[in-house]
Design a protein. Sequence first.
Length: 217
Amino acid sequence: MFVGLKMLKNFIAMPPEALVEDAQRLMDEQQLWMLFVVKGGKLVGYVRTEDISAAMPSLVTGLDKHEINYLLSKLTVSRIMRTDITPVTPETEIETAAMLMHAKNLAGLAVVNPDGDLIGYINRTVMLEVLAEEMGFGQGGSRIVFEVVDRPGVLKEVSGIIDAMGYSIISTGTFTHKERRMVVIRVDTPNPSSIAAALQKTGYDVVGPEDFKHEWQ
C-alpha cells in the first residue's frame, strides 16, 4: 500500500503573508489542528493550533486594545510558522510513513510530488484505518492467532489446512511480542474453533487472551 492511495486531498493551505488571526479563525471554524503554508504551490511550512496559542499572548500581553488590534493586523503566518517539514511522496510505502510519524512523534505528514508541490497529507486517523483494513476488520469472520518459529512454508501450510476445511482467509498479519512471533489470520467463519483445533493438531500453538492475562493483571 502506498501513501498516494490513502492520502487526504481536502487539505487547507494558506500563504505566508496571511494574517495569524485569519488562520486562527479558519482553524477554529474547520476544527483543524494544523494548516499548511504554501508559496507558489510549494510547501514552505506549517502552523499548529498550539503555535498560534503560544504566539498570541507573548505578543500582546500588557498592551491596550488599540495596540492589540494593531499587532494582530500585522502578525503574519510567516512569523510563527514551522519549517521543520517532514514530507513524503505518493510512492512512499504506508508502513514507512507510519514509522516516520512514530519516530518523530508527528500527527501527520505532508505529501508532495517530485516538484515539491503539496498534493495531500496523511495523518494518524488514516494510519489507524489502514491498520484495521489490513487486518480485515469490518469484513466479518473471526481471527486466529498462533505462535510460530521462523521457517519457510508456514503460511503455505496453514493456508492449505484452512482451504482443505472449506474456509477462506480474509487477511493475514504478523507481530512480535517479547521475542515471540505470532501470525494473525482472519477467516470467513463466525466460529473458528475447528480451524484452531486443526492447527493445534498440526503442531501450531494457538493463543488467545487467556495466555497473556498474567501480563496485564
